[in-house]
Design a binder for this molecule. Structure first.
Ligand SMILES: CC(C)(COP(=O)(O)OP(=O)(O)OC[C@H]1O[C@@H](n2cnc3c(N)ncnc32)[C@H](O)[C@@H]1OP(=O)(O)O)[C@@H](O)C(=O)NCCC(=O)NCCS
Length: 394
């Protein structure tokens, strides 16, 4: 089996709901990060074997195989195809997994895997609501209804159930949300994200052009008092808007190649995809999957959690990484060191590739060796991946 190498990884700075990226079409947003990969790596525009893009709400502007729309809208030649993946919030981590497996198998040599979500335009759950409103049914068939009678699978309920199960209270959540904003602020102010972010020219309301290169959702003035004052989302619950991931727009992509692709195109490798895993877990608690996914990926890698230098565990809600850290026995000082989705946003389909981009660049900045990434997903599935840094990124 061949190795799967990461050659480059880039992301847009996220835009907040109805914010600076909200007028950009998701396909164009995806093309921005693909073009950047082409420019940075110098890969020939006909040399990519596939563009695999994660996108969750595949309706409206994100319908009709967004991945192909991205490949056609980018600098890549028309001979480069494109496809779209829905693994819910882990869609683009799954896209990276598919890309890695393709090059590991040797059936393809160079893949661009990434993801996009324009949540301002295509609202979360809009595909399900459209089905209900227009007589197209719901995703829950008779067999699932028989197994989970009357239960609406909800990430908000899952976040609360997880907090309860792992004994995570409001004060722990508020202080973790504050840490997320503080770390994101620190990373932004010290330029840690500069290399991974593709600046985008955006048109402002007055017609002038501005550069979007800073994650828009970060509250640089976040305070514990502000977080403590927020209402809980569920009666008797502990989660607030502050301890939930933000609705955002964004895109990210990674160029993956095997030895053959690297040699043929003169590419420089930055990391190798060491181990990967995907699991299913209880769809009602829904967000617990990163725990078994991490256990599985560590076991496959023959590594212990102490061997890992940095982890990115998506802050879909604050209770997810906190429960994960308790169950895994992980060191909180290595977790989401530049902040997470509570501060930086969670553009669903883009998040896996976004976190991978940050993980790679931060491993390089710190000179770390192993990075682990895990994401919870609707339906109770979860992806996890371990990468091993090989280069310096210079
Ligand atoms: C939680 C959620 C519903 C909140 O949406 P929203 O109400 O539009 O969010 P806002 O950003 O307007 O925040 C609500 C309020 O909290 C305040 N707030 C949010 N974060 C804050 C913080 N860190 N500190 C202080 N105040 C904060 C906002 O200022 C706002 O106050 P206002 O009502 O006085 O204007 C939305 O972010 C959400 O759905 N998140 C989860 C997305 C999701 O499910 N993703 C998939 C994961 S599985």
């Amino acid at each position: 089996m061949s190795e799967a190498y990461i050659v480059e990884a880039v992301r847009t700075a996220t835009g907040k709901k109805k914010g600076r990226l909200s007028n950009l079409h998701p396909v164009d947003l995806g093309a921005v990060v693909v073009d950047e990969l082409v420019d940075r790596t110098g890969i020939a525009t006909d040399a990519v074997d596939d563009v695999i893009f994660g996108v969750v709400n595949q309706i409206g502007a994100q319908a009709s195989n967004l991945g192909r729309g991205v490949s056609m809208s980018s600098k890549l030649d028309l001979c480069v195809p494109g496809t779209s993946v829905d693994r819910q919030c882990g869609s683009s981590l799954q896209a990276i997994q598919f890309g890695a497996q393709a090059v590991m198998s040797g059936t393809q040599d160079v893949i661009i895997s990434g993801g996009v979500e324009a949540m301002s335009t295509v609202e979360i759950g809009s595909n399900v609501r459209d089905g209900l409103a227009n007589g197209r049914g719901t995703p829950k068939g008779e067999r699932l209804e028989a197994q989970y009678p009357g239960i609406q699978f909800s990430q908000f309920d899952g976040a609360e159930l997880l907090a309860e199960k792992y004994d995570i209270g409001r004060s722990e959540l508020d202080s973790f949300a504050l840490t997320s904003h503080k770390r994101a602020t620190n990373a932004t102010q010290n330029g840690f994200f500069k290399k991974e972010v593709v600046p985008i020219n955006i048109k402002l309301e007055d017609g002038s052009i501005d550069v979007h290169n800073i994650d828009e959702g970060i509250r640089m003035d976040a305070s514990l008092e502000g977080l403590q004052g927020l209402n809980v989302l569920r009666e008797d619950g502990v989660i607030t808007a502050g301890s939930a991931s933000q609705i955002s727009d964004g895109a990210a992509a990674v160029l993956i190649a095997n030895e053959e692709g690297v040699k043929r195109h003169g590419l420089t490798v930055r990391a190798r995809i060491h181990s990967l895993a995907v699991v299913g877990s209880d769809p009602v608690i829904m967000l617990e999957g990163p725990i078994p996914a991490t256990q599985k990926v560590l076991q496959k890698a023959g590594l212990k959690i102490e061997d890992i230098d940095l982890y990115e565990v998506n802050e879909a809600f604050g209770s997810v990484p906190l429960a994960w850290a308790k169950a895994i026995g992980a060191d909180l000082s290595k977790l989401n060191v530049n902040g997470g989705a509570q501060a930086l946003g969670h553009p669903l389909g883009a998040t896996g590739a976004k976190l991978m981009t940050t993980l790679l660049h931060e491993l390089e900045r710190r000179g770390g060796r192993y990075g682990l990434l895990a994401i919870c997903e609707g339906g109770g599935t979860a992806n996890a991946m371990i990468i091993e840094r090989l280069g310096s990124g210079d």
